[in-house]
Design a binder for this molecule. Structure first.
Ligand code: B1M
Length: 209
């Protein structure tokens, strides 16, 4: 079995204690960090499909998510790009009612590696907390809101509306997450949308540059 396949299977099985070492072995065997990350993201899709079909339940999803986070911890230092550029500060969080953070963490890592200082508010972030954080920190030019559930899309809308009516002039808002489309992002008044972590970093630079 290739090392990447092993990582994929360990994440799917939620083997948190073994994933870090397997990721390191895959790297040592010559796999690229991006390749390993892609394999782990694919594992989470398998986990999601198994949940949808009733084969597994919430605890198994949670355990798999923890395992993926362990793998990401090993990759994080290798994915950090040239952060010598200072593009300002970005406040990021997953919107109210939503506990999914793996995608948000990847987006945060990529925006940081593009040259931003990140203020990560975590998950289940009330709309007004994005504004509060943006006012409390210096040079916040960007707020990034993640949402993974169709049921929390209204919370994304509320977050954007609250930020836009807060008097934070010049602060751009980017949104994303699996159920979010470019059309929805435009409809709720976001300045930007990105489908994945890599393009979120590109869009972040575009919006602020
Ligand atoms: Co949940 N969950 N979950 N879950 N979960 C999904 C999202 C789901 C699709 C599974 C399924 O049914 N197939 C489904 C949503 C269905 C829907 O809304 N239509 C679902 C559900 C239903 C639920 C619960 C309601 C289940 C229940 O309780 N009955 C519940 C809700 C809890 C809550 O949030 N209030 C729930 C709970 C959980 C856990 C807590 C157990 C766990 C999350 C743990 C954690 O995050 N620490 C979990 C997990 C792990 C998943 C799946 C399996 C994996 C999510 C993930 O991490 N993917 C997921 C199925 C799936 O995704 N296929 C699922 C990997 C990650 C890298 O991808 O997050 O999409 P993603 O991020 C991508 C892009 O979306 C994008 O870039 C990222 C990287 O490329 N992106 C952005 C994300 N944010 C962005 C922001 C941007 C730009 C791009 O700009 C700001």
């Amino acid at each position: 079995m290739s090392k990447i396949t092993e990582v994929k299977e360990l994440v799917e099985a939620g083997k948190s204690k073994k994933v870090g070492a397997a990721v390191q072995e895959a790297l040592d065997a010559g796999s690229q960090p991006g390749e390993i990350l892609e394999a782990m993201v694919a594992s989470m899709s398998v986990v999601g499909d198994k949940f949808s079909s009733g084969e597994i339940f919430v605890p198994e999803m949670l355990i798999a998510a923890k395992a993926m986070s362990k793998g990401v911890d090993v990759l994080r230092p290798l994915m950090a790009g040239d952060s010598s550029a200072s593009l300002g500060t970005c406040v990021i969080g997953t919107v109210a009612g939503d506990l999914h953070d793996i995608g948000k963490n990847l987006v945060s890592m990529m925006i940081e590696s593009a040259g931003f200082t990140m203020v990560d508010l975590g998950v289940d972030v009330p709309a007004e907390n994005f504004v509060k954080a943006a006012k409390e920190h210096d040079n916040v030019d960007l707020i990034a809101c993640s949402g993974l559930l169709t049921t929390t899309m209204p919370a994304l809308k509320e977050a954007v509306a609250t930020i836009k009516s807060s008097g934070l002039t010049g602060c751009k808002v980017i949104v994303g997450g699996a159920p979010v489309t470019p059309e929805f992002a435009a409809e709720i008044g976001a300045d930007g949308y990105a489908p994945d972590a890599g393009s979120a970093a590109v869009k972040a630079k575009e919006l602020v540059g």
